[in-house]
Design a protein around this ligand. Structure first.
Ligand code: PLP
Length: 285
C-alpha cells in the first residue's frame, strides 16, 4: 500500500514520523476519515471543513490547502485502486526538538500530515446492516471538547473492548443520565415518524454523516428532534441507529440486552441508509 507522509508518496513500510511528534507523545493531533464509494470521495467538503475547524480550535496550523488535500486523497485512492473503503488523514502539531507541554513555535515546527487508505470491499452492501448491531451503555468519561476530532481515542477504544467483552458490537456513552454518542458514531432512535438525536454542542462530535442524514430526513417523510434522551427512552423506541463515515446508517437492534421492536433492523433506518447511500453516491467527487 502506498501512503502519504509530509509531501511524499511512499510504500507504507518506508513512511516514517519522528518519535518526538506531539501526536505520539501527547495525543496532539486531529484526524478525519472519509469514505470511498465507486472510487469517489463521500462528503469530502464536510470533512475538510470539520478538519479546518478542529485545527482552528486547537490553534494548529493547516499543513496545506483544501484543494491540495483533495488532490492527495484522490491520488491515494487511485494509486491503491480503492473502489470501496476509507481514506484516513491525520494532522499533528509536529515534532518539536524535545518533549514539552507548551506548544512549539509554529515558525519552527511544521505540522505533520499523514494519509493512508483502507480497502473495504462490501462497505455499502454490508452484512452488518442487514442484521443490525447490538450496543451496551457505558459511562462517558471523555474530556469536554468532544466536538474536536482529536486522536485521543483511548476511552472510545476501551468502550469498544467493554462491548466486545459483553458480546455485543459497540457502546453508547451516557453522561448525567443522557446518551451523548457512540464510541465512534452518533446515536439516534426513531419513534413514529420522528428521528431523535442529541443536539450539537461541545459534548459530541459534529458528525458529517449526521448532518447529511438529518438533511435527508424530509425525503424519508420523517421529522427531526434534536434533544437529550435516555437509554430507557431509546429502548422503548420503534427503531434505533448510528451514523458515521465508515458505517453510513447502521441499524441498532438491541440496547443493554433489550431488543428493539422485533429485534431486526427497522424499515425506517434501512430506508435512511438507502437514501444516504444514493444521495452520497450522486454527490461524490
Ligand atoms: N462521534 C464520534 C465520537 C466519532 O468518532 C465519529 C466518527 O469517527 C462520529 C461521531 C461520526 O462522525 P462522522 O459521521 O463525521 O464520521
Amino acid at each position: 500500500r502506498t501512503v502519504y507522509v509530509n509531501g511524499e508518496y511512499l510504500p507504507e513500510t518506508e513512511a516514517k514520523v519522528s518519535i518526538f511528534d506531539r501526536a505520539f507523545l501527547m495525543g496532539d493531533g486531529v484526524y478525519e476519515v472519509t469514505s470511498v464509494l465507486d472510487g469517489k470521495l463521500i462528503d469530502f467538503d464536510g470533512h475538510a471543513a470539520r478538519l479546518a475547524r478542529s485545527l482552528k480550535e486547537l490553534d494548529m496550523q493547516a499543513p496545506c490547502t483544501t484543494e491540495e488535500l483533495l488532490e492527495i486523497h484522490r491520488k491515494l485512492v487511485e494509486i491503491n485502486g480503492i473502489e470501496e473503503g476509507m481514506v484516513y488523514l491525520q494532522v499533528t502539531r509536529g515534532a518539536a526538538a524535545d518533549r514539552d507541554f507548551v506548544f512549539p513555535d509554529p515558525e519552527e515546527v511544521k505540522p505533520t500530515l499523514v494519509l493512508f487508505t483502507q480497502n473495504k470491499p462490501g462497505l455499502a452492501d454490508s452484512p452488518a446492516a442487514k442484521k443490525g448491531i447490538k450496543v451496551i451503555s457505558i459511562e462517558d468519561v471523555r474530556w469536554g471538547r468532544r466536538d474536536i476530532k482529536t486522536v485521543q481515542l483511548l476511552y472510545p477504544s476501551m468502550g469498544k473492548m467493554m462491548a466486545k467483552k459483553a458480546g455485543v458490537d459497540d457502546a453508547w456513552m451516557v453522561e448525567d443520565g443522557f446518551v451523548t454518542e457512540g464510541t465512534s458514531n452518533n446515536a439516534y432512535f426513531i419513534k413514529g415518524n420522528k428521528i431523535v438525536t442529541r443536539a450539537l454542542s461541545n459534548d459530541i462530535l459534529h458528525g458529517i454523516t449526521r448532518a447529511a442524514v438529518l438533511r435527508f430526513a424530509a425525503e424519508a417523510q420523517m421529522e427531526v428532534e434534536e434533544r437529550n434522551f435516555t437509554i430507557a427512552e431509546a429502548q422503548a423506541a420503534d427503531e434505533a441507529f448510528i451514523t458515521s463515515a465508515s458505517t453510513f446508517v447502521m441499524p441498532v437492534v438491541e440496547i443493554d440486552g433489550a431488543a428493539l421492536g422485533d429485534g431486526a433492523p427497522g424499515p425506517r433506518a434501512l430506508r435512511l441508509r438507502e437514501i444516504y447511500l444514493e444521495e452520497s453516491r450522486k454527490a461524490a467527487i
